[in-house]
Design a protein around this ligand. Structure first.
Ligand code: CA
Ligand code: CA
Ligand code: CA
Ligand code: CA
Length: 890
């Protein structure tokens, strides 16, 4: 006999019998269940919004539920994430009643594997149930205070025989002195609790007494919580633990009353539906949801386990079939575990809107085919930086809904950290303040980090150095539009000024070194709006890595800004040379972790690449032999040589050798032939490796591991391919870039556009402290053009860690503000997005006003020249032959 079947069947029967009212919506008054003691006549409330609390009801708290007959019960299956199996943490049922001294609660949850006692005090992360009350009388309260509590009871309480000995956690639970007693017990196929919550002496139930209340269940089916069920429909994002206004409403109902009291709560929260769409409701035909470029490669992926090729059909906005063909079956894609087919409709080159790709009865989201596909997207990607500027009031006319007061303007006079760090090391007081205002907030937090600023500045400046016609003055919506300086230089300068401000001033110990980072000693909550001035933000210990980042990026800036602002250029170069000297004198300051909280570490213990990068930028700007020798030395190192074809990507904030290669390639006229040939061959080898990686991924982009920030690792690989295309003119590089961007914009295992505001199913809830999409709280949605870090096979936050056991690696992602490990945004990720989309705009949008550069752009001109030469040659031959014939005729 199948034991599991009988357990499930028994459970189902129990649920129907005992919880009939709840399962069927408690529509009617309660029928008598099980004899004369049953409760009757309790009015039905509104599912997820309002429930009546019958009293007085005689409940014996003994872990047996026969005394609950007739008390309405409610079944909850909704929540921000669900296990998908109703018999395994996929639902729970709750019931409530009271007498004059206690509120009684009963909660039960089907559960195939009880996981409890494995997460310390983090009961929320395992099988547990939660109840919440707001008995304060102020049901509009948006924060916890007297009379408002949350309590969590986990499954470790099963079998305890002392009802006063329950383990509980919660919010304000201890402060309120809540007296909760009861039992947890196993029931067929699951477990439950019967609890008494003793009423405060000040609270006496009366007919119509209105309270806030909430019931939730956490389910762990493998290890950590992977199911979160919530009764109140006002709480769609699991925020009741911080905002009691999201509770539902409870109204006490005196048994036997003829009238149904109205709740006194009138000001109900707005129900804000989550914008997430479940994967099984998304199209099986996966396309770039923004669209395709008319002349670029156009590929789609189709989830189907059909062994044979399928017919595909491209339908235009009028419903007309404009192109047809057969799919290519791929079989199983190992990263997603999806069975896939590919569609190639590259030969269709007509411009239009609202195309749909149909394969059998499956359809894609609608998409466009247009030349300027990336024109606005690339500018939005650039705008990310303006919208994250620190110390600046973002005006409504430029920033729209993302406008705000200046934040952390106090960074313009910030103290170096002193005193004990979290490791107990005491750092000495430094007698200077730093002017480290400006800069961009790094990511989802408000920290500013020199080593992540360095690569981000480099990426924007490199975009400009490669093609100075990109982002001329007036092209971006920034305050510096109209100052005669190209806007991309203005934007990069905002961060450069912060980096310069982090340098230890002359006349102090370690002068010329650069402080590693700047943030508060504790993480700020999320969401969170900072204030203008604070006194608990510090510049943490100088590091050699940060110092070399300044040397590199300031030298690069000096070279590019020189025609527009010679003074600033000189200032940057002087700072860069000071930094170089200081790094040479202080090579072993490899810190990052100080103070141990409040911000990311960004620690880097391998610095050969940083020396190489700094020497390169300094050499290209100054031409000094000292730096040229450093370049030659670095290029004999195996690690430097391997960097530009590292399987996870050619560069990141701690691996910067490839930045130097690319700067050298762009400035080939300043570099000796052998060096240029060497770095070019390294870059081409990397590009070839990454193009080859595309074949291994069913969703067609270069990926090795789905690392933290996998979206950016794809984009950095595409920058290498762009250099390869510029150098060789080989179309396969350009095709690889275009098709890989399709992955980021929706042709992926999640059918998700990882760029906010682009596509039918874009990211909505990035990990960002301001873009929390909570109108009530004054937090705007993410701005268009913000890139999510994307799937992370080592997903490690509260919203995703369970996926490591349960979900294929390219699907370990949650569009959830809590998911810093899969859904954060960051300056060093948006910078390559701006770079690559600007590149595609340059290549494919002749109307952009941007000049094409690189060999690829000369292919047409080149072939025109060839045709002319060939024509001349033919004429010469013809003339010669004619002459020969004539001579023969003579
Ligand atoms: Ca009982
Ligand atoms: Ca479980
Ligand atoms: Ca400008
Ligand atoms: Ca490094």
């Amino acid at each position: 006999m199948n034991n599991r079947f009988w357990r499930a069947a028994t459970l189902a029967l129990c649920m129907v019998l005992v919880f009939q009212a709840g399962v069927f919506g408690s529509e009617s008054d309660q029928a008598s269940v099980g004899g004369g003691a049953a409760v009757t006549g309790v009015p039905s409330g509104k599912p997820g919004e309002l429930a009546y609390i019958p009293y007085p009801v005689r409940i014996t708290v003994d872990g047996k539920t026969d005394d609950w007959a007739g008390v309405p019960a409610y079944t909850v299956t909704a929540g921000p994430y669900v296990s998908g199996d109703l018999a395994d943490n996929g639902q729970f049922t709750w019931a409530i009643c009271a007498d004059m001294r206690n509120i009684y609660i009963r909660m039960e949850m089907p559960d195939k594997k009880i996981i409890a006692g494995r997460h310390g005090q983090n009961f929320w992360n395992e099988d547990s149930v939660e109840f919440y009350f707001n008995l304060s009388g102020n049901l509009d309260a948006t924060a916890y205070g007297p009379g408002i509590v949350q309590a969590n009871v986990n499954a470790t309480n099963i079998g305890k025989d002392d009802p006063t000995g329950l383990s509980l956690t919660g919010v304000r639970f201890m402060e309120e002195g809540y007296d909760v007693s009861g039992y947890a017990f196993e029931v067929g196929g699951g477990w439950g609790v019967e609890l008494a919550v003793k009423l405060d002496n000040n609270i006496v139930p009366y007919h119509g007494f209105t309270v806030g209340m909430q019931f939730q269940a956490n389910g762990a089916t493998v290890k950590d919580r992977d199911s979160k069920l919530i009764w109140s429909i006002y709480d769609t994002g699991d925020n009741s633990w911080k905002n009691p206004r999201l509770f539902g409403t409870g109204v006490f109902f005196k048994l036997g009353s003829a009238d149904v009291p109205e709740p006194s709560r009138k000001n109900l929260p707005k129900v804000i539906p989550r914008k997430n769409i479940a994967l099984d409701k998304l199209p099986a035909v996966r396309v770039n949801q923004t669209g395709y470029l008319p002349k670029a490669v156009k590929r789609a992926a189709v989830v189907s386990d059909a062994a044979e090729p399928l017919d595909w059909e491209l339908i235009d906005a009028d419903g007309k079939s404009v192109s047809t063909g057969k799919t290519t079956p791929l079989g199983e894609d190992l990263s997603s575990r999806d069975f896939l087919h590919h569609v190639d409709f590259s030969s269709f080159r007509k411009v239009g809107e609202g195309f749909v790709l149909k394969v059998g009865d499956k359809e894609s989201f609608p998409f466009d085919i247009k030349k300027d596909l990336y024109h606005v997207l690339s500018k939005d990607a650039m705008r990310y930086f303006y919208l994250n500027r620190a110390g600046l009031a973002l005006d409504e006319d430029l920033a729209g809904p993302w406008a705000h007061e200046p934040w952390y303007a106090s960074d313009d006079s910030v103290e170096p950290f002193s005193g004990p760090d979290t490791f107990g090391v005491v750092w000495p007081k430094r007698d200077y303040l730093l002017n480290a205002g400006k800069g961009w907030f790094d990511a989802g937090d408000y920290g500013k980090y020199v080593v992540n600023g360095g690569i981000s500045v480099w990426t924007l400046l490199n975009l400009y150095e490669r093609n100075p016609t990109q982002y001329p003055d007036g092209s971006l919506a920034i305050p510096e539009a109209g100052n005669r300086v190209p806007d991309v230089l203005d934007e990069a300068r905002w961060e450069m000024d912060f980096i310069l401000g982090m340098q230890v001033p002359e006349g102090h110990e370690q002068a010329g070194m650069v402080h590693h980072k700047l943030h508060e000693p504790v993480w700020s909550p999320i969401p969170y709006k900072p204030s203008e001035r604070v006194n608990d933000r510090f510049a943490f210990v100088p590091s050699t890595a940060a110092t070399l980042n300044l040397a590199a990026s300031a030298a690069q800036m000096a070279r590019l800004v020189e025609p527009f602002d010679a003074d600033y250029s000189a200032r940057c170069l002087a700072a860069a040379e000071r930094a170089w000297k200081a790094a040479r004198e202080n090579p072993e300051f490899k810190y990052g972790r100080i103070p141990g909280n409040g911000g990311g570490n960004y620690d880097d213990f391998y610095l050969e690449d940083e020396y190489y990068w700094a020497a390169t930028e300094l050499y290209l700007t100054t031409g000094k032999a000292e730096f040229r020798d450093e370049i030659a030395k670095a290029l004999s190192s195996d690690k430097i040589i391997a960097a530009s074809s590292a399987p996870n990507g050619p560069m990141y904030w701690g691996g910067v050798a490839t930045l130097a290669h690319l700067s050298l390639m762009l400035n080939g006229d300043k570099v000796d032939k052998a060096t240029l040939a060497k770095v070019s061959s390294l870059v081409l080898a990397g590009a070839d490796r990454y193009v080859a990686q595309i074949k291994d991924e069913g969703y067609l982009m270069p990926m090795f591991e789905y690392e933290w920030g996998s979206s950016s690792s794809v984009l950095n690989k595409l920058i290498l391919m762009a250099y390869a295309y510029d150098t060789t003119g080989k179309k396969s590089y350009l095709d690889a870039i275009a098709t890989s961007v399709d992955y980021l914009l929706g042709r992926n295992a999640l059918c998700k556009s990882f760029v906010a505001g682009y596509g039918e199913n874009p990211i909505h809830y990035p990990h960002h402290r301001f873009w929390a999409d909570d109108e009530d709280g004054g937090f705007p949605p993410p701005p268009p053009g913000a890139l999510s870090g994307g799937p992370n096979e080592k997903a490690s936050d509260e919203a995703t860690s369970f996926m490591v056991q349960k979900v294929a690696r390219s699907k370990r992602y949650a569009d959830d503000i809590r998911s810093y490990s899969t859904n954060e945004v960051a300056i060093n990720w948006n910078a390559p997005l701006a770079w690559v989309t600007s590149y595609l705009d340059e290549q494919y949008n002749p109307d952009s006003g941007i000049k094409k550069v690189g060999k690829g752009s000369f292919s047409f001109a080149g072939s025109a020249v060839a045709i002319v030469i060939l024509a001349i040659a033919l004429v010469v031959i013809a003339v010669a032959i004619t002459g020969f014939v004539r001579r023969r005729k003579k």
